[in-house]
Design a binder for this molecule. Structure first.
Ligand code: SAH
Length: 229
C-alpha cells in the first residue's frame, strides 16, 4: 500500500501537467509578488522567470516553493522570499560582464538568479552540507559560471576581488570590513545588518573612490550570519 502510494506520488511528480503547473506558478510569482510590487529591472524579472525555484527547495517543500515567503531548506536555514531575492538583485544592478560575490549560498537559488545575468558568480556557504547540495544542483543545471565555496564568508574571497557587486544573504551585526575592501570602485553591496532574530535593516553600500555611502532600505528578517569557531 505504502509502495503504491510512493509510486503514485513519483508518477504524479513526473507528469508534464505538474511541470506546466510550476511554470504557471512561477509566472504568477513574478507578476504578483515582484512586478506588481514595483520591481522593473528586466534582467531580474527574466532570470526569476527562468530559474526553476522548486528545484532549490527540499522535495517535501516543493509545493511551497512559489509562496510569498521564505521556505525552510534544512539545517535551520531558509531560501529567501522571492520578492527579497528580486529586490536585492535589482539593487545590485548586475550587468552581463560582472563578477559578483554572494555570502550565504544556502540553496543556491540567489546565485542561480545572479548567474543568469552576470558573467561569473562566487558564492560562499558556511554549512558544508548545504554548500555541497548547492554545488551539485547548480552543476546539474549547467551553471558553469557559478562557483560554490565552503567557508566563512566574513573574509570574502580575496582571490577574485574586486567585485562589481556583493550580495550578503545572512544578517550580520556589522558590515564585515573585508567585504567593503573587496568591492570594486563603483561597486554595490547589499547586506542585512542587525541582531539575529530581531528586525534587521537591509542596507545598500556604495563605493566611490575613497567614499563609502550607506543607505538604509527597509526592515527585513534574515537568518544570522554565523562565524566558524
Ligand atoms: N541565498 C540563499 C539564502 C540562504 S540563507 C538562497 O538563495 O537560498 C543564508 C545562508 O547563509 C545560510 O545557508 C547560512 O548557512 C549562510 N551563512 C551564515 N553565515 C555565513 C558565513 N559567515 N559565511 C557563509 N555563509 C553563511
Amino acid at each position: 500500500m505504502k509502495a503504491l502510494l510512493i509510486f503514485l506520488l513519483l508518477a504524479l511528480n513526473m507528469h508534464p501537467a505538474v511541470a506546466q503547473n510550476y511554470d504557471r506558478m512561477r509566472e504568477n510569482m513574478v507578476r504578483r509578488q515582484i512586478r506588481n510590487r514595483g520591481i522593473d529591472h528586466k534582467p531580474t524579472l527574466e532570470a526569476m522567470l527562468s530559474v526553476e525555484r522548486h528545484l532549490f527547495v527540499p522535495a517535501g517543500q516543493q509545493a511551497r516553493a512559489y509562496d510569498d515567503g521564505p521556505v525552510p531548506i534544512g539545517y535551520g536555514q531558509t531560501i529567501s522570499q522571492p520578492y527579497i531575492v528580486a529586490y536585492m538583485t535589482q539593487l545590485a544592478d548586475p550587468k552581463p560582464g560582472d563578477r559578483v560575490l554572494e555570502i550565504g549560498a544556502g540553496s543556491g537559488y540567489q546565485a542561480a538568479v545572479l548567474g543568469e545575468i552576470v558573467e561569473q558568480v562566487y558564492t560562499i556557504e558556511i554549512i558544508p552540507e548545504l554548500a555541497a547540495r548547492a554545488r551539485g544542483l547548480l552543476r546539474e543545471l549547467g551553471y558553469d559560471n557559478i562557483e560554490v565555496l565552503t567557508g566563512d564568508g566574513y573574509y570574502g574571497l580575496e582571490k577574485h576581488a574586486p567585485y562589481d557587486a556583493i550580495v550578503v544573504t545572512a544578517a550580520a551585526e556589522y558590515i564585515p570590513p573585508p567585504l567593503i575592501a573587496q568591492l570594486k570602485d563603483g561597486g554595490k553591496m547589499i547586506i542585512p545588518v542587525g541582531s539575529p532574530f530581531l528586525v534587521q535593516t537591509l542596507m545598500l553600500i556604495e563605493k566611490k573612490g575613497e567614499r563609502i555611502t550607506t543607505t538604509n532600505l527597509m526592515p527585513v528578517r534574515f537568518v544570522p550570519f554565523t562565524r566558524r569557531n
